[in-house]
Design a binder for this molecule. Sequence first.
Ligand code: FES
Length: 104
Amino acid sequence: MAWHTLEPAGELRLGEVKTFKMGGRYVAVGRTDAGFFAVDDNCPHAAGSLGEGMLQDECVVCPIHGYAYHVRSGEGMDDGEELPVFETRLDGDVLHVRLPEPGE
Ligand code: FES
């Protein structure tokens, strides 16, 4: 696992989710009332880009078929699949995201 940074974190507005490339992978990073989160961008259902989806409370909703995944637990609310969730840490206006190394 390795930490990667995203800044300025404040560019992500409350209720927004976007795709970023970091650590050689695509990560959907967003911000809810509970703070920032980072999850795998690839929807477990059929690989839609979750960073192009929308947020509903603590879930990200895939733009392809509308399945919802909890951004803290990774639980698939519609299909029971598990979305990889990555640890985040906010330091001032820098968001740190902990990602697995390739092959991990
Ligand atoms: S690809 Fe995401 S819900 Fe089908």
